[in-house]
Design a protein. Structure first.
Length: 269
């Protein structure tokens, strides 16, 4: 019998309105299991979804495992990049027009309002602090804060150039995750959602991964789906993730894939 649901958000849980459908909210309520959201998002971009599911103040996994929060927001583990990578990236960014977003704990900094930042605001319901990357670097340095994630959004050629620029310098220390041709997420190399969930289970629960049903759609969900007791890929998932899944939903996230799988595998048991 499963005791916990762990689910990705974007491309997995959310509908066309970038929110939770009534069917999804109902399915989670009926299942009545502990639920952990695991995402590349910052914590503030996950709280409104926790509230919608009635699990506010419950543990969550932010930044793909870079920041693990326990009950009531207690920091269980924080994995950050050195601000040196930002200092290096600024020299590249000065010659291009891509959006550089800087995330540390619940801070989001970017230098301008553009199509990319507006899209993220719409998707996450969080508004960044607008300031130059150099000002953000100085803030983090003064506050002795590391970086949980850097996100670069721009043309595919600009993103290519970032990967080419950073890989020889920081390739051994960072993970360059390209969720789309126009999106690049830069995080500490050896974090992932499965490791983060295992840490949470050890700290806050009394069972292991075999009691977890997990949902995902993209490469950053691979280890989670592979390690869970029941790993489920939505229909719009990558082919690689589908090969790792125990069950492939015939439905996409826009068709309430998670809700229908919960009804199939949990609430009908």
């Amino acid at each position: 019998m499963y005791k916990l649901i762990c689910t990705d958000i974007d491309g997995t849980l959310l509908n066309t309105d970038r929110y939770l459908s009534d069917g999804t909210i109902s399915a989670f309520a009926k299942a009545n299991l502990s639920t952990i959201l695991a995402s590349s998002r910052m914590p503030s971009a996950m709280y409104y979804l926790q509230e919608g599911l009635g699990i506010l103040e419950q543990p969550l996994i932010a930044y793909n495992g870079g920041l693990i929060l326990g009950t009531k927001g207690k920091v269980i583990e924080s994995n950050t990049l050195s601000i040196d990578i930002l200092k290096t990236l600024i020299s590249h960014h000065n010659n291009y027009t891509y959006n550089l977003s800087i995330y540390s704990h619940d801070h989001w900094f970017t230098d301008k309002e553009d199509v990319w930042s507006l899209r993220e605001i719409n998707n996450t319901r969080v508004t960044p602090a607008y300031q130059t990357a150099t000002e953000s670097f100085e803030f983090l340095k003064t506050k002795s804060l590391g970086i949980h994630k850097l996100m670069c959004m721009g043309s595919s050629s600009e993103i290519d150039s970032i990967v080419t620029f950073l890989s020889p310098i920081f390739g051994d220390h960072v993970h360059l995750y390209r969720s789309k041709d126009t999106y690049l997420e830069i995080t500490p190399k050896y974090i992932d959602k499965a490791k983060a969930l295992q840490t949470l289970l050890e700290k806050e629960f009394d069972f292991g991964m075999e009691k977890v049903i997990a949902f995902g759609d993209n490469h950053n969900d691979d280890t989670l789906i592979k390690s869970a007791g029941l790993g489920i890929a939505v229909a719009n998932a990558t082919n690689a993730l589908k090969k790792l899944a125990d069950y492939i939903s015939p439905f996409t996230n826009k068709e309430d894939a998670v809700a229908k799988a919960i009804e199939k595998h949990i609430t009908l048991l």
